[in-house]
Ligand binder design. Structure first.
Ligand code: ADP
Ligand code: ASP
Ligand code: MG
Length: 405
């Protein structure tokens, strides 16, 4: 007998038939003698609608009220799944983040879990009750509802698995595993039997939304066995494991893209010490994360500075920079939301040269212009015009020999 956490994403609970399908899967695990906790997302599309309502009222809305609104989607699904389970004779109850409680910090909209008290859940699971837990949400030390950032139910599931000392955390979704790239845009993408925590962490952080970045980080630190598999088909999924469990190390194991960033350029910034600190200090103070950065030196002591921020932070970044303009002394700010970041990831890059060059050559052959480049030990990212996203990902998938049969 094992204790397991099963997580179901939005498309897996999109309507009543799918919720019945989830209930049947949960029952199968119970019938096999396992203690089960289930984490659910909101029904497909619901969180987007809730976010749009907040934005419709104010681009710079109160993050605490945003959390109050967007956390409601998951509450509906926990109640519905619990009813569906009871209908097929499985004892269960729903749990909201504040009821467990799942304690988080107070960074509303992107809170981090600090503690989960699993005592009562474990007690009830031991006599056969299934815990159906709302993903994505928790409660801050201010006693207000928090949410964990988009895709946060993955993190709820991994954190719960760690708190309950579960044997596995199974992430059920609408694809049957982790692929070399998003199978929805590259049909030749190959399913991986295993992927290392490090590679999955890097892929998630550059846009492969099959797992939320924080969930992979937590799984790695807490040694949680994570498996990604299909809600709809009974086929083997992908296991996220330690690097040394993988025998064949590819130079590049995956390609990811993100359309979630916007490019900002400060024109004619004085090229002197302290300018980067002034620009990025002001943005950090207003909770705007900056990702890629480039700066050129020009002859007359003035420079252009280009960087990317999340599209959701763009309005705040524009206001912040406008306020700091006289102190920093640039001539204008340009914003371009029509960009995509394309990244290639692989632990083999540590020991192989030429990986970045293959990328630049493949993009050049398709006449795709590179706007910004950034690298880390196991990743190379480039920023290109958004219209080239699919073309770039497909070209790179082929260039690195990742295409399946
Ligand atoms: P859920 O609602 O179940 O959490 P998500 O939409 O958040 O599902 O994540 C699953 C999606 O992730 C897939 O439908 C797929 O389009 C996308 N995806 C992106 N990169 C990958 C990848 N490398 N492997 C598998 N899926 C990927
Ligand atoms: N419902 C939330 C979202 O759409 C959390 C999740 O699905 O993981 O982002
Ligand atoms: Mg998700």
């Amino acid at each position: 007998m094992s204790r397991i956490v099963m997580k179901f994403g939005g498309t897996s609970v999109a309507d009543l038939d799918r919720i019945r399908n989830v209930a049947a899967r949960v029952k199968r695990e119970c019938d096999a003698g396992n203690e089960v906790a289930v984490v659910v997302s909101a029904m497909a599309g619901v969180t987007n609608q809730l976010v749009a309502w907040c934005q419709g009222l104010s681009a710079l809305h109160d993050a605490r009220e945003y959390d109050t609104v967007v956390a409601t989607g998951e509450q509906v699904t926990t109640g519905l799944l619990s009813i569906a389970l009871q209908e097929i004779g499985v004892e269960s109850r729903s749990w909201q983040g504040w009821q467990i409680p799942i304690r988080t910090d107070n960074a509303h909209g992107k809170a981090r879990i600090v503690d989960i008290d699993g005592t009562e859940l474990i007690r009830r699971m031991q006599f056969g009750q299934v815990a159906v837990v709302s993903g994505f949400q928790g409660i801050g030390s201010d006693n207000r509802i928090t949410t964990l950032g988009r895709g946060g139910s993955d993190t709820s599931a991994v954190a719960l698995a760690a708190a309950l000392k579960a044997e596995r955390c199974d992430i059920y979704t609408d694809v049957d595993g982790i692929y070399t790239t998003d199978p929805r845009i590259v049909p030749q993408a190959r399913k991986l039997a295993h992927i290392s925590y490090e590679e999955m962490l890097e892929l998630a952080s550059v846009g492969a939304k099959v797992l939320q970045t924080r969930s992979v980080e937590l799984a790695m630190n807490e040694r949680v066995r994570v498996q990604v598999l299909s809600s709809f088909a009974d086929v083997p999924g992908t296991l996220v494991v330690d690097e040394d469990e993988i025998v064949e190390k590819e130079n590049v194991s995956g390609i990811a893209y993100s359309r979630e960033d916007a490019k900002m350029t400060l024109r004619r910034v004085p090229d002197r010490p302290g300018i980067a600190a002034a620009v990025f200090g002001a943005l950090a103070q207003h909770n705007v994360n900056v990702d890629m950065i480039v700066q050129n030196v020009s002859a007359d002591g003035m420079t252009d500075m280009t960087f990317t921020v999340s599209k959701t932070d763009l309005a705040r970044a524009q206001v912040t920079l406008a306020e700091a303009r006289s102190q920093i002394g640039f001539s204008e700010v340009l914003s371009d939301p029509n960009v995509a970041k394309i990244s290639v990831v692989g632990v083999g890059m540590r020991s192989h040269a030429g990986v970045a060059n293959t990328m630049f050559r493949a993009l050049a052959d398709k006449a795709i212009n590179i706007q910004v480049i950034s690298t880390s030990e196991i990743k190379v990212s480039v920023l290109v015009a958004a219209e080239y996203t699919e073309l770039a990902v497909r070209a790179l998938h082929t260039a690195y020999g990742l295409d399946g049969a």
